[in-house]
Design a protein around this ligand. Sequence first.
Ligand SMILES: [Zn+2]
Length: 81
Amino acid sequence: MFSCYLCEKESCYISYFCNQCREIKNIMNVYGREEVLDIVKTCTIRNKKQLNNKIENIKKEQEQEETPVQTRSQKKKDQPK
Ligand SMILES: [Zn+2]
């Protein structure tokens, strides 16, 4: 019994790769590893700009959670007459 050569998580008995990694390997055989690697990188890894956008979104969400919800009736009361 060995662990899968690709993911190193699953146990393999008769093959170097687990079923899912075998599927990945088949896709790589068809499209080429450069193409597959390029697709994986562009689809899953965020660049610096995308990371900053994500961080800003999380900050905004946290700020919204911290500020209490103000209803329209509360706003009317707060406005000077
Ligand atoms: Zn695997």
